[in-house]
Design a protein around this ligand. Structure first.
Ligand code: SAH
Ligand code: SF4
Length: 374
């Protein structure tokens, strides 16, 4: 089996090139061809010696993930479903805005944390994605979008690890992928524009601060341990005081001077005035610089939960704002294609359906963009 070069950060690629008896700087050339130019054919790489290209053909390949489906929402949001084998699929979502293009990336097929309000969590855990599978989402989306929008310029300016899976439970594959996102010879994204979102794997927050400090979002969802134990089972292992302590320490290394707290608004569960009061007291006690992002819950039947009414979300936001906490309410994007981050599993719950769609897609041989019928 030959190596998929999407698996390597620049250092890894240099080691691979050395293994072929090549100088390390060749790795930089190769890396730029792959990530900046989107090349997958070694013959395209005209400034590499023919002898190296021949060696690469027998030892390596550059492969994206097969696309099961591609949907474009009326607001320009695009959702891809990628086949990762054995009936598993993961999703990525591109969200265009006036001043940026954000790609929401998956880190695992399924998730072991099992949050009550998350459809990925309800599916259970299948497996970790490799670095190549994490990067293939960005590689494919960036180069597809450049072609689609007929531009040579970078389209994706921000990456959020908010697709399927808990990125900090797939740490060893995550970190090289983050390094490639940040590398000037690859995507050159600013640390402030790459966000890891976590349900709170405390030891890995500490390690990320050392290994690759990018922007951090923490999925809080509750102001006390009793409620959070119930909504985010990982809280039983890493309770709120430990989690907030880790956040405060992360700030010493973080590229931004605040942590984003995500808070999914669940009708009658965590959206009452006393919850807001408790939340304010919690973050004030820890003296943590933070921003709140209130997320309207995307309901799905198995959760037995409902979205908070808009007025309650606004009242909750106002309470936090009045206490001096920066608070935004997340816009729902791509609603018509079920594309909101955190709601990515809808299509993959039924494995047989995915298998059928993968087979169908292979038979068709083309990947049409499928706008949803109005
Ligand atoms: N596992 C990581 C990242 C993926 S989930 C984490 O939990 O942070 C990305 C975000 O989507 C999290 O804040 C998560 O709480 C939120 N989310 C999950 N399911 C959701 C749903 N049904 N509606 C709204 N937000 C949801
Ligand atoms: Fe996993 Fe995040 Fe979903 Fe929780 S919210 S189950 S951690 S993907």
């Amino acid at each position: 089996m030959t190596a998929n070069l999407l698996e390597f950060d620049l250092e890894g690629l240099a080691v691979f090139c050395e293994g072929l008896g090549e100088k390390r700087f060749r790795a930089t050339q190769l890396f730029r061809w792959i990530h900046q130019r989107g090349a997958s054919d070694f013959d395209q790489m005209s400034d590499l010696a023919k002898s190296l290209r021949e060696k690469l053909k027998t030892t390596a390949h550059i492969s994206a993930l097969p696309v099961v489906s591609q949907h474009m929402s009326q607001d320009g949001t695009i959702k891809w479903l990628f086949d990762v084998g054995d009936g598993n699929a993961v999703e990525s979502v591109f969200i265009p805005e006036d001043d940026r293009g954000t790609l929401c990336v998956s880190s695992q097929a399924g998730c072991a944390v099992g949050c009550r309000f998350c459809s990925t969590g309800h599916q259970g855990f299948s497996r970790n994605l490799s670095t190549a599978e994490i990067l293939a989402q960005l590689w494919f989306a960036e180069h597809f979008l450049r072609q689609h929008l007929k531009t040579q310029d970078r389209v994706i300016s921000n990456v959020v690890m908010m697709g399927m899976g808990e990125p900090l439970q797939n740490y060893s594959a995550l970190v090289p992928a983050l390094k490639v996102m940040l590398d000037d010879h690859a995507y050159g994204l600013s640390r402030r524009r790459v966000t890891v979102s976590t349900s709170g794997v405390v030891p890995m927050i500490e390690r990320l601060a050392q290994d690759c400090p990018v922007a951090l979002a923490v999925s809080l969802h509750a102001p006390n341990d009793a409620l959070r134990d119930n909504l985010v089972p990982l809280n039983r292992k890493y309770p709120l005081d430990e989690l907030l302590g880790a956040c405060v320490r992360y700030l010493a290394h973080a590229p931004r001077d605040f942590i984003t707290f995500e808070y999914c608004m669940l009708d009658g569960v965590n959206d009452q005035p006393e919850h807001a009061r408790e939340l304010i007291a919690l973050v004030q006690r820890h003296g943590i610089r933070c921003k709140f992002n209130l997320i309207p819950f995307n309901p799905f039947p198995a959760s037995g939960l409902l979205r908070s009414p808009q007025a309650r979300v606004q009242a909750f936001a106002k309470q936090l704002l009045d206490a001096g906490l920066v608070t935004t309410v997340r816009k729902t994007r791509g609603d018509d294609i079920d594309a909101a981050c955190g709601q990515l599993a809808g299509d993959v719950k039924d494995r047989t359906r995915v298998q059928e769609r993968i087979a169908q897609q292979r038979a068709q041989g083309v990947i049409p963009i499928q706008p949803l019928a109005p």
